[in-house]
Design a protein around this ligand. Structure first.
Ligand code: HEC
Length: 103
């Protein structure tokens, strides 16, 4: 419960720029998306073992649900949890990237 509260309240308490990953981190995240995520979701994210992560598919889903899926994975499916490697700010940036909201 506490964790849920934190993840809903923090983005309101801190402006988006405060939790934006550094430029260097953004490069690492882009590479991760192409290579690691791409190995299941496809280099062009049209899907493979993993479901399509296209902009169209992502725009229909809420940010919170997507961030939670990335950090916690989907138990019972091959989608692994990434929270040991990615911070919540990282996951949020990836979601914005998937939705085409980053430069
Ligand atoms: C080992 C394969 C694998 C890897 C690596 C992987 N995924 Fe997934 N992912 C899946 C599968 C399979 C699903 C579909 C799970 C289901 O059936 O609900 C999924 C689902 C998702 C979803 C939910 C999509 C939806 O339509 O609800 C998101 C978002 C996602 N993955 C993002 C990522 C990101 C970001 C990465 C890299 C950090 C990643 N995945 C790496 C296999 C993978």
């Amino acid at each position: 419960m506490k964790r849920l509260l934190l993840s809903t309240l923090l983005p309101l308490a801190f402006p988006a720029w405060a939790s934006e990953p550094s430029a260097q981190r953004q490069q690492q995240l882009s590479a991760l998306l192409d290579q690691d995520c791409g190995s299941c979701h496809g280099m062009t994210r049209k899907g493979g073992l993993g479901s399509p992560l296209t902009m169209e598919a992502m725009r229909e889903l809420g940010d919170e649900a997507l961030v939670a899926t990335i950090l916690d994975g989907r138990p019972g499916t091959p989608m692994p949890p990434w929270k040991l490697m990615l911070s919540e700010a990282d996951a949020r940036w990836l979601v914005r990237r998937l939705k085409g909201e980053t430069p």
